[in-house]
Design a protein around this ligand. Sequence first.
Ligand code: SAM
Ligand code: SF4
Ligand code: SF4
Length: 341
Amino acid sequence: MITPMDLIVKPTQRCNFSCTFCSSTEIAKSNSKVDDLDLAQVYIFLKRFPETKNIIVNGGDPLLMAPSYYEKLIEFLDEKEMPTKIHLCTNLWDYYLNPEKWRPLFSHSRVTIGTSFQLGGGRTIKPGEILTKDLFKMILSKFERDFSYVPSFIAVVSEENEDLSMETIELAKELGVECKLNRAMSSGREGKPYSIGKIYNTYIDIYEAGLSQYEFNTKEMLELLKGRGSICPSNRSCDEGIRNLQPKSDSGYEYSSCGSFGDDQRYGIDFELEMEGSLITPLQNEVELKYQKEECISCPNYFICNGCFKTVLDHKEAGIVEESCKEMKYFRERATGLGLT
Ligand SMILES: C[S@@+](CC[C@H](N)C(=O)[O-])C[C@H]1O[C@@H](n2cnc3c(N)ncnc32)[C@H](O)[C@@H]1O
Ligand code: SF4
Ligand code: SF4
């Protein structure tokens, strides 16, 4: 059986924003277009994995590339008769300034658009100039007038804006979209990871407030609490079904099974080697990524605390394993009290 495959493409690490928490732009080699990802690499990947279902484009910001970059990609997919969809995750700023430039691409049947926004001081157009809620709403109004839907958005939670999480979900409700409240990873400009224990208590707050339908991870949490505990804890294989391709760094790093480890330039995969044949799985056998601590193996929270290899490593390296564990045990008590387990 062929495993379904998705591909994250970071065409550029250039960006027109300067978010203080940004996981990726810190590693940009330069502001030069010369350092962008050559589409030839994407074509090689797609020939090796024609079963690729989705191409998720982020960066940097995808709209710093010309629309022709994506048009050429679509031509390739059309020629090969591949059903692959393209999802752009973008700050939409260049669309807001130049809507006519992006209308044809954004209307294409293969293309969907998502965006990002969060309250607090971190999402900055340039240093000191925050993307405000009102400005974000103006961008989305323009988008809705053009395309008759409002894109969903990702909001990153760190200690800087943690008090604003519920207000963020209220905003999603007001806009009539689902948002995704993601914890801050420790990569790029963000020095400290936000603990998984804290974010799961926020998901419980969202559930208790009756707002689950507006937040993706809260719904995932409800699913996890219902059934995943019976699966063998060591059977995690997220590094088989997704790949990340980004501009080659000076050290030669360009390819991985995880977008976040790509930001860190760790656990890379040899691109040429995988293109020749066998599937390489760089994460599932790494001892340091298996769990935060031994006690986890027999804990009902195993999948939540250790479901993501990057989360495991972030918590260990930042020394927040115990702090997060305490929050996570409180989360379990609350979930049980609410009859969710
Ligand atoms: C790196 S950005 C690239 C796409 C685009 N520029 C944007 O902001 O939507 C991709 C996503 O990662 C999120 N992100 C940025 N820094 C992060 C961090 N330290 N931890 C978790 N997510 C982060 C952004 O908010 C965005 O939703
Ligand atoms: S989070 Fe996105 S918009 Fe903000 S600096 Fe990073 S790449 Fe740019
Ligand atoms: S709650 Fe603590 S022991 Fe349980 S899985 Fe999480 S970190 Fe490990």
